[in-house]
Design a protein around this ligand. Structure first.
Ligand code: GDP
Length: 444
């Protein structure tokens, strides 16, 4: 997300950073380039205009001219205004009502509502420890109901069975009654979408809103639809008292225009970003972090949180104990580590959040994909438990068998064994020299 925007903005602003003095001329040139970059990222024109105007006013003011490092001061203004245009402070869900708190999801067909319903259920359960129930009122597409039932079963979240009725409002009322009986904290309700905004759909979703009195009414929209996302949000906002927006498919959206436009156009906060198809691919939307990411300053906070959430603590601790006690680090441990990385979306996903990643050449980013990780895990899976514990017994014929079993070549197996020996050496050094700090010093 924001790949091009980040590259263009960092290039433009880097030129200014070192300057001792800013003139009206170079401020104007810079703003022209910022404006082009935003338009190319498909940010809505009124948003771009308002943004540039705010930055210009502040840039020409004393704040910048009196600053010792005017270039830096301008970067800070751009950052602040990016935060402001995306809504300022992060706004989470407001569910402090008499339970069950209802979350109603509305949006066009294919926007990602059903997937998002499941993601929300998972997030609320895992991060907020709330009991959640899922329900679908999409009476027009039985497949949509089946899809949510399947997702609910995968997550182990209760799902309201709609029974025989084909009346969306009746289903919603029954779901609410069932959520009460189960003493659920939250009921997430998926609704039918159409391909275009139409009156019948709006009337139905309004009736659902009246029946459910939701704590949150969220508009789910595909970020890749760019400016159209903001316009559709406006249409839904006119029909429903929306409390927020969820932008899906942000992982496939290279431009980022919707993330920057929706708040300004609709006055409603973006609350979450969908960043993948899996049920854990939902991130709280935080304008300050997003602005840092856009300006190539990295989003280290999100990264740290993600690592904390996804790393399997038990396994990490087991490994640390093993290393402390001086037991061998074997291929099973190595596989555990690789699986943890893969769970975090691989190297490429992490890279996006690191400062300066935007300036890496395209080729480097493309190479760091998940495939290599999966290949290595497949190779380890093709070994016998004995081979994993004692890799030194892996001779030529074993290597050929392992390569055939994992659909790789002997050289791949060799490379893996080499990587493993390096990792093993690191572990040994960690043990001998006592701790991470020395290890890092040793590497540097
Ligand atoms: P609905 O018609 O609004 O219920 O949309 P669905 O939930 O069925 O989603 C439509 C398609 O978009 C599915 O193939 C989803 O896997 C996919 N999808 C949903 N959210 C995301 C996301 O954040 N990232 C990606 N890459 N795909 C998504």
């Amino acid at each position: 997300m924001f790949d091009n925007l980040t590259q263009r903005l960092t290039r433009t602003l880097d030129r200014l950073r070192g300057q001792g003095r800013l003139t009206e001329d170079n401020i104007r040139d810079t703003l022209r380039e910022v404006r082009m970059a935003l338009l190319e990222a498909d940010v809505a024109l009124p948003v771009v205009r308002a943004f540039i105007e705010r930055v210009r006013e502040r840039a020409l003011g004393q704040e910048v001219t009196r600053s010792l490092t005017p270039g830096q001061a301008l970067v800070k203004i751009v950052h602040d205004e990016l935060v402001a245009v995306m809504g300022g402070a992060a706004e989470g869900l407001r569910l402090a009502v008499e339970p069950p708190a209802v979350i109603l999801l509305a949006g066009l067909q294919g926007a990602g509502k059903t997937t998002t319903a499941a993601k929300l259920a998972r997030l609320l359960r895992e991060r907020e420890r709330r009991s959640v129930m899922l329900a679908s009122c999409d009476v027009y597409r039985p497949a949509a109901i089946d899809q949510l039932r399947t997702l609910a079963a995968e997550l182990g979240v209760p799902f309201h069975e709609p029974g025989g009725t084909r009346d969306a409002v009746a289903i919603a009322r029954e779901a609410l009654a069932e959520a009460r009986r189960r003493v659920a904290d939250v009921l997430v309700v998926d609704t039918a979408g159409r391909l275009h905004v139409d009156e019948a759909m709006m009337a139905e979703v309004q009736a659902l809103h009246a029946a459910l009195n939701p704590a949150e009414t969220l508009f789910v929209v595909d970020a890749m639809s760019g400016q159209d996302a903001a316009n559709a949000a406006r249409a839904f906002g006119a029909a429903l008292p929306l409390t927020g927006v969820i932008l899906t498919k942000a992982d496939g959206d290279a431009r980022g225009g919707a993330a920057l436009s929706v708040r300004h156009i609709t006055g409603r906060p973006v609350k979450f970003l969908g960043v993948g198809e899996r049920s854990d691919a939902l991130e709280p939307f935080d304008p300050a972090r997003m602005a840092s990411r856009i300006l190539g300053m990295g989003d280290v906070l999100s990264l740290v949180e993600e690592v904390q959430r996804k790393v399997d603590r038990d396994k990490a601790e087991k490994l640390a104990r093993k290393v402390r006690k001086g037991e061998g680090f074997d291929l099973e441990d190595f596989r555990d580590q690789l699986e943890q990385m893969s769970r975090m979306g691989g190297v490429a996903a992490l890279l996006d959040k690191l400062p300066g990643a935007a300036s890496l050449p395209e080729g480097v980013r493309a190479q760091m994909d998940d495939r290599e990780l999966r290949r290595v895990i497949a190779i380890i899976n093709s070994m016998t438990p004995r081979e994993r514990r004692r890799p030194d017994i892996i001779n030529g014929s074993r290597k050929r068998r392992i390569a055939a079993g994992s659909g790789t070549r002997v050289q791949d197996v060799n490379r893996l064994l080499k990587q493993f020996h390096q990792a093993q050496k690191l572990m040994k050094r960690m043990r001998r020299k006592g701790g991470m700090r020395n290890l890092l010093r040793g590497l540097g």
